[in-house]
Design a protein around this ligand. Structure first.
Ligand SMILES: [Mn+2]
Length: 321
């Protein structure tokens, strides 16, 4: 808690500074991600956390439109706990806001891709870093398109059970399992400098992406995984996307297309916490489906990973003042 902030309620709207952690009872108050100021004003912000409540592109269970809301709710309990394993308060280093959700018209599905893209452009053009809460994984396509337009072809750091590069030669099918093929075909991603982590479903066509399958990650451990990710990405601009189904269903039951044999939440956090020193363009965490969750296991895992990603950014940025 920063010195000028009082313990109070509804910090999402009452908080005066964009900096500093704050405290209020986890069970009450207006929700925002980590009790950050909930605002559409990007002035002075370093990072905008926003939600994209989409579930119209799923191949199996719908429900990720409730993902951002669930992650915000789960994050409330983290806000009173200083981030573990870091020796600083990330919110003293970074001005992080909750920008709220992206609006799109579910009745006009053909307009949704552009709506998400415009949402991203508005934030990026203001010079603010995006950490996005999905939503099904398709949201990453318009987000990456917006980021690649600014930074050029990106390295994708992709945590998932699935490759999400499905599709046939001439098809133009869009769903939450095809968008990285499309992003590759459109030159938004450089697959040779990209890495997929935790994969455990078969797709013979890799399009040149580097893949660290789930058994490899278990066998070699977090340090080797981090080293391999950093070796592949190098100093290229990177977009990190974390599909919560990278975790085993035991650790993330609340998701649309679960696959057994996945990462533990401990292993995922150990890897995430090692991914400092990378030149990030943007980040998202997707596919939280609270209708299938149990005791907020999944939304808490997603909120913790998102909070640790902010620590990774804060670690690299250092104090602003
Ligand atoms: Mn997946």
């Amino acid at each position: 808690m920063s010195s000028e902030e009082e313990i109070c309620i509804d910090q999402a709207i009452a908080k005066k500074s964009l900096y500093g952690a704050s405290e209020e009872p986890a069970y009450s108050g207006v929700l925002s991600f980590m009790r950050r100021k909930y605002t559409k004003d990007l002035t002075g912000a370093d990072v905008a956390v926003s939600g994209v409540p989409l579930d119209l592109m799923v191949s199996h269970r719908p429900g990720t439109r409730f993902g951002p809301e669930a992650v915000r709710k789960a994050s409330a309990i983290l806000e009173t706990i200083h981030p573990y394993s870091w020796d600083f308060d990330p919110y003293e280093r970074l001005a992080v806001i909750d920008y709220g959700d992206c609006y799109f018209n579910y009745g006009l599905p053909e307009t949704i891709t552009d709506a998400i893209y415009e949402h991203a452009k508005k934030i990026i053009n203001a010079g603010v870093f995006m950490l996005t809460l999905g939503g099904d994984h398709f949201v990453s396509y318009p987000l990456i398109k917006a980021h690649a337009e600014k930074y050029g072809p990106l390295s994708l750091i992709h945590f998932d059970a699935h490759s999400d590069t499905w599709g046939e030669e001439d098809d133009n099918i869009n769903h939450h399992g095809t968008m990285f093929r499309r992003a590759y075909l459109e030159g938004l991603i450089n697959p040779k400098k990209s890495v997929q982590v935790g994969i455990r479903t078969k797709n013979e066509e890799t399009y040149g992406f580097n893949i660290l399958h789930a058994p490899w990650v278990f066998k070699n451990g977090p340090e080797a995984t981090v080293a391999e990710i950093k070796r592949i990405v190098g100093d290229n601009k990177a977009y990190l996307t974390f599909d919560i189904d990278c975790l085993d269903p035991a650790y993330a039951p609340g998701t649309g297309t679960p696959v057994v044999g996945g990462l533990t939440s401990y292993l995922a956090l150990e890897i995430i916490r090692g991914l400092t020193g990378i030149d990030y363009a943007g980040m998202d965490i997707v596919e939280v489906n609270p209708a299938y969750d149990v005791g907020e296991i999944t939304s808490l895992a997603a909120a913790t990973i998102a909070a640790d990603l902010l620590c990774v950014l804060a670690h690299d940025k250092g104090p602003l003042v």
